[in-house]
Ligand binder design. Structure first.
Ligand SMILES: Nc1nc2c(ncn2[C@@H]2O[C@H](COP(=O)(O)OP(=O)(O)OP(=O)(O)O)[C@@H](O)[C@H]2O)c(=O)[nH]1
Ligand SMILES: *[C@@H]1O[C@H](CO)[C@@H](O)[C@H](O)[C@H]1NC(C)=O
Ligand SMILES: *[C@@H]1O[C@H](CO)[C@@H](O)[C@H](O)[C@H]1NC(C)=O
Ligand SMILES: [Mg+2]
Length: 416
């Protein structure tokens, strides 16, 4: 009897049965262990997902608002004749030979100069095709630059690539020294390469002065032992065919400087300032922080005669026309501003939209970027990215990454 029982127990069928029971138990144990582990990870995963979802929906809302604005502006049919150029104005004046009676806002725009500022903010044109940035009365513009009093704690790192600018650095330092943001919250770093004058030595001296005489938290100059870029006379540097190589090189210098600069402290913002700025508003940093955007740029202008003109054409917004133009453009084609019209709208022409305006391209004359964006991989592309490169490429990349890119058209930095 016992023997028979044992034989049954040990039969192949029973063994298979036991094997499956054990397999099931093992499975249950694994599921329990896995579930315990996942529950531990869940808050993190949920947080990452929530963050992603927020960026996504902000981005969608931003795009929707943009589409709404575009549709509105298209419907209003803004007039092309509102944006005739400076040359047109001169010819117009010559022909009439007398002071014309200015009965339309458009005529007034071209008479607005330093001494006769407009008493209204001009309408936003459909595209920009004039460099002139009409003066507007201070009593109007100051409304767009009001800041509420607050305490500033954010740490700023100012980064400036430099090459062959030893003569400009003294003025650059004076402009920085005038900034009203607490100097002990600002560090300044220069990144120099391929200079044929004494820019590197000069940058070191300026850094010492910024630190020791003007109370900046820290300042230093770094030399990059690299070659390349476009150097020489103004014509060579600014010829259209040089732009790809020239800007790719500046992009590389900026990226190197980002890497070094961000290691120097726990900064909240990176402020890019070019060495060839002539004047900065004293509250530049507070103003640029005002929108709390990821990437923020002011207007960068220059003054000739009694007129203000747009200098940094890299701060722009795409228009239906410019996008139409790019539709069939091969991917590797670089679009550059300042040669022929790209049908875009430049930042100073967007004043009619208000204090903070969304942009698609930014210049580097003065440019505030949240340090976290650079830390998460935002760079200055040294290759063609969406038909753009360097600072403009950074804006295009920021938008793809879901970051906000805005301009402050009423905030004005002047270039030499
Ligand atoms: N490290 C480094 N910096 C450079 C080089 N070329 C220009 N820079 C700096 O990069 C910044 C922007 O260069 P700019 O030549 O002013 O470029 P831009 O403003 O587009 O053009 P223009 O002012 O019209 O000449 C400035 O601070 C320059 O000193 C370079 O080859 N190496
Ligand atoms: C601004 O000042 C000008 C003259 O300086 C005046 O004509 C205009 O009405 C003022 N505008 C406002 C909004 O106060
Ligand atoms: C700079 O780079 C060149 C080429 O890579 C190298 O030969 C040279 O020694 C470097 N100079 C310094 C000072 O590091
Ligand atoms: Mg410049």
């Amino acid at each position: 009897m016992l023997r028979r029982y044992l034989i049954t127990m040990c039969s192949r069928r029973s063994l298979t049965f036991l094997f499956y029971i054990n397999l099931c138990l093992l499975g249950i144990v694994l599921i329990v262990v896995y579930d315990l582990k996942m529950t531990a990870d869940k808050p993190n995963a949920q947080k990452a997902y929530d963050r992603w979802k927020k960026i996504r929906s902000d981005f969608d809302a931003y795009n929707k608002e943009r589409a709404r604005q575009d549709a509105y502006l298209m419907k209003k049919g803004r007039q092309m004749d509102a944006v005739v150029g400076f040359d047109y104005f001169n010819k117009h004046k010559e022909k009439s030979g007398e002071e014309k009676s200015h009965d339309t806002a458009n005529d007034l725009i071209f008479t607005a100069n330093k001494f006769a500022p407009l008493n209204f903010v001009p309408k936003v044109p459909l595209i920009s095709d004039s460099d002139i940035v009409p003066y507007i009365s201070d009593n109007i513009t100051k409304e767009y630059l009001k800041l509420l009093p607050r305490t500033y704690k954010e740490k700023i790192v100012i980064l400036t690539p430099v090459c062959d600018v030893s003569k400009l650095l003294k003025n650059y330092m004076e402009q920085l020294a005038k900034l009203s943001y607490p100097h002990d919250l600002i560090s300044v770093y220069f990144g120099e390469d391929s200079s044929s004058d004494r820019t590197f030595d000069m940058a070191k001296l300026i850094a010492d002065d910024l630190k020791n005489k003007h109370g900046f938290r820290d300042a230093a100059a770094f030399h990059f032992n690299v070659t390349g870029g476009i150097h020489g006379d103004w014509g060579d540097v600014h010829s259209r065919t040089s732009q790809h190589e020239r800007r790719a090189h500046i992009a590389q210098a900026r990226n190197r400087l980002t890497k070094i600069g961000l290691k120097k402290g726990n900064f909240d913002y990176v402020l890019w300032i070019d060495s060839d700025i002539k004047t900065l508003p004293e509250d530049l940093i507070q103003q640029l922080m005002f929108p709390n955007a990821d990437v923020t740029v002011p207007s960068c202008l220059f003054e000739r005669d009694d007129y203000k003109r747009n200098f940094d054409k890299n701060s722009w917004r795409e228009t239906p026309g410019s996008l139409e133009d790019q539709k069939d453009l091969p991917k590797d084609i670089l679009l550059v501003e300042g040669y022929t019209s790209t049908l875009r709208i430049y930042l100073p022409d967007l004043r009619g939209e208000g204090r903070i305006v969304p942009l698609d391209g930014v210049g580097g004359c003065s440019l505030l970027v949240k340090a976290s964006c650079h830390k998460r991989g935002l760079i200055f592309p040294d290759y063609v990215f969406s038909h753009a490169i360097e600072t403009e490429g950074l804006a295009k990349m920021a938008i793809v990454m879901g970051y906000s890119v805005v301009g402050l058209p009423f905030l004005e930095v002047f270039h030499h």
